[in-house]
Design a protein around this ligand. Structure first.
Ligand SMILES: [Zn+2]
Length: 278
């Protein structure tokens, strides 16, 4: 599994969605859309795509897993930010910068631009949310340990790999899986089928805890590199200061003081406490 598409995770994407909703976009007509980097659009010819959406009303903005969903009057559009995608409001008369690839003019005069330095992000029209083939959201309150056992399946695959699989459970990537497994006291290499019902109960609570902390901190922004999370108009998250194990290799565990260990699981760097996680 590659890291592309892993980030941003649910707390970051939900933060973007909430900011776009708070900006008052829902209810407005998209008067014109222009796509400057054709590969950003999947499945449709980009100019056709832009013309199809132009003059539609943006009724709602939502989220499923790590996808932002734009519900237009006739079309549903998914946007996956994949590493460096960002939205920003710009003066429509300002010059278009190098990494701004999609321009969206709204009827109130504002222009929303999609910027993406690495250009991995994708816009795609969907028939329905089911096209995304995502498992349930980790914080879906209908989930319980028994249902989770069914969803994660039987198998010897490491629990970390299973939790990264969006078709099993959606919203978590490398950061929040490591954090969830720490809160649950579960070793990331444990075979999925070895987890008992009481451990799955702990895991469910732990996933909700890790995601909620991330969301309350408006997402995780690591370091200063370009492959970083910034929400609308470049706002950074604060969750990097609340992480228990992720990118804390060699630092003392906050619970038992033994050093946090880094290994590779599912081809991803994985951080855990060898004493607290069994
Ligand atoms: Zn520990």
């Amino acid at each position: 599994m590659s890291g592309i598409g892993d980030r941003p995770e649910m707390p970051e994407v939900e933060t973007v969605v909430r900011e776009l909703v708070a900006s008052g976009l829902p209810g407005l007509k998209l008067t014109e859309m222009r796509v400057l980097w054709p590969k950003i659009v999947m499945g449709d010819e980009p100019e056709w795509f832009a013309n199809k959406l132009s003059n539609q009303n943006l009724q709602r903005i939502g989220r499923r897993g790590k996808h932002i969903l734009f519900y237009f009057s006739e079309d549903l559009v998914s946007v996956h930010l994949r590493m460096t995608g960002q939205f920003e409001f710009c003066d429509k008369d300002s010059s278009v910068l190098r990494h701004q690839h999609v321009l969206m003019d709204f009827e109130d005069g504002r222009q929303l631009r999609y910027k993406d330095t690495r250009k991995f992000g994708r816009f795609m029209r969907l028939q329905s949310e089911n096209d995304l083939e995502l498992g349930p959201e980790a914080w879906d309150m209908d989930l319980n340990a028994l249902a989770l056992k069914d969803i994660l399946g039987r198998g010897l695959r490491a629990i970390k790999a299973t939790l990264l699989d969006q078709s099993r459970i959606s919203g978590l990537g490398n950061i929040y899986v490591d954090e969830s497994l720490f809160y649950a006291g579960i070793h990331p290499q444990r075979p999925t089928e070895s987890l008992s019902l009481s451990e799955l109960e702990l895991l469910l609570t732990a996933m909700r805890k890790a995601l909620n902390i991330g969301l309350n901190n408006l997402g995780t922004t690591l370091g200063t590199g370009e492959a970083n999370f910034y929400s609308v108009n470049g706002r950074a998250g604060r969750n990097q200061d609340s992480l228990m194990v992720f990118r804390r290799t060699g630092l003392p565990c906050f619970v038992c003081s033994s050093p946090v260990v880094k290994i590779t699981v599912a081809q991803r760097s994985t951080h855990f406490c060898g004493v607290c996680q069994k």
